[in-house]
Write a protein that binds this ligand. Structure first.
Ligand code: URA
Length: 222
């Protein structure tokens, strides 16, 4: 997808942004991180995954999903005929929250512009949100992942497929893993052109714990 920008230009702009984010000190997570985990993968990908935030292994290596969750993600990708280099993987927050605590609303707010730019540059055909934080942010809702998943949403002219975070499948039941497999099957159907139907994005909830829209940035998930 993303025919508007040539692949080389897209990669170059992402690299410039990544270098900028390396030195980001906008929120408190900068004080405790080892490395910024900007994101990695194919800048021209049809599928972009959005996780929550780096864990310990990711913080050490500066790469997303290199721990156990990453192994499961790669396994699920393999089951639909994809490898990591085919897709792009990013996160809601680019720095590890201490002791893997949840990212706080102000940290998400500080970081979301970077994610927005990644999505705008990569222009994936399908965005796959992994877990509650990414799904709620992009769909601007307080509804939890258990209710959101199982649907391919219409999202800014592309598909958004919310699914569980791989960590939930690792610590959870066989049902969670089975439902993740279903959702990955949906992604496969979309990229093979076998699924056209999308559910409209849920109307933003007034009381959703998402930041107020910034009138300058009324695009994607502001
Ligand atoms: N969990 C995430 O949400 N992101 C990563 O990069 C790794 C684990």
């Amino acid at each position: 997808m993303g025919d508007a920008t040539p692949a080389a230009e897209r990669a170059e702009t992402l690299a410039i942004l990544a270098a900028e984010v390396e030195t980001c000190v906008v929120c408190r997570l900068a004080e405790t991180r080892t490395n910024v985990v900007f994101g990695a993968g194919n800048p021209d990908a049809d599928v972009m995954f959005v996780g929550e935030g780096p864990g310990q292994r990711e913080d050490e290596q500066g790469l997303p999903f290199v721990g156990r969750s990453g192994e499961l993600l790669e396994q699920l990708l393999g089951e639909i005929g994809l490898v990591r280099d085919d897709v792009y993987i990013g996160n809601v927050v680019k720095c590890r929250p201490p002791k893997n605590r949840d990212p706080r609303p102000d940290e998400i707010e500080s970081c979301k512009g970077y994610l927005r730019t990644q999505l705008q540059l990569i222009e994936p055909k399908v965005v796959v949100t992994l877990g509650n934080f990414a799904s709620k942010l992009l769909l601007r809702t307080d509804t939890g992942i258990t209710r959101l998943r199982g649907t391919a949403y219409e999202w800014w002219g592309r598909f958004l497929v919310p699914t569980y975070h791989p960590a939930a499948a690792l610590r959870g039941s066989a049902r969670v893993l089975g439902e993740m497999r279903e959702d990955f099957g949906t992604v496969q159907s979309i990229i093979e052109g076998k699924l056209q139907r999308r559910t409209p994005e849920p109307a933003p909830e007034e009381d959703a714990a998402v930041p107020d829209p910034d009138p300058e940035q009324l695009d994607l998930f502001s």
